[in-house]
Ligand binder design. Structure first.
Ligand code: HEC
Length: 134
């Protein structure tokens, strides 16, 4: 009798353990999901903003840079001297490109057009250039 009873208690105990552990796992899983959702809600708008900026940058590049530079992933530059945008990061650090464009980059290269972009246009063009680096 006692053995059976003990056994029964053991089963109840084991079942309780199971419920408790699965509850703990559930809340851990829930915490994990909330953490992921939480970080997504931070990163998604940032990613969307980047995509829009890169899109505007691409449009600006098509209008102003395409006569010489290759803009996309597989094309060649119309002007053999002009580096494809996807390779710019190989020749120079991209981190300073925004500042240089706002300063005198377009004046330094005589062949490049007199293009006086504002801060946002520069930001968009560089975001686009960054997005296609190989
Ligand atoms: C008329 C042709 C032409 C046009 C249009 C042109 N470029 Fe260039 N670009 C060049 C040439 C040629 C070079 C290479 C010159 C050199 O590096 O000495 C160059 C170089 C560059 C470089 C590298 C400069 C460096 O110092 O690393 C950047 C960045 C660049 N161009 C951006 C642009 C952007 C952005 C546009 C459009 C707003 C543009 N270019 C339009 C001809 C052009």
């Amino acid at each position: 009798m006692t053995t059976i009873k003990d056994g029964g208690q053991d089963v109840v105990y084991a079942a309780k353990m199971l419920v408790t552990t699965s509850r703990t796992n559930d809340s851990l899983a829930l915490a994990g999901v909330m953490l992921i959702l939480g970080s997504l809600s931070w990163t998604l708008p940032a990613l969307a903003a980047d995509r829009e900026s890169a899109f505007r940058g691409r449009r600006l590049a098509e209008a102003n840079c395409a006569p010489c530079h290759a803009l996309a992933q597989f094309d060649g530059s119309e002007n053999a001297e002009a580096p494809p945008f996807r390779h710019l990061g190989r020749r120079r650090p991209l981190a300073t490109l925004r500042d240089e464009m706002l300063a005198d980059l377009f004046l330094r290269h005589a062949v490049m057009p007199d293009f006086e972009p504002d801060r946002r246009q520069v930001d968009d063009i560089v975001t686009y250039i960054e997005s296609i680096q190989e």
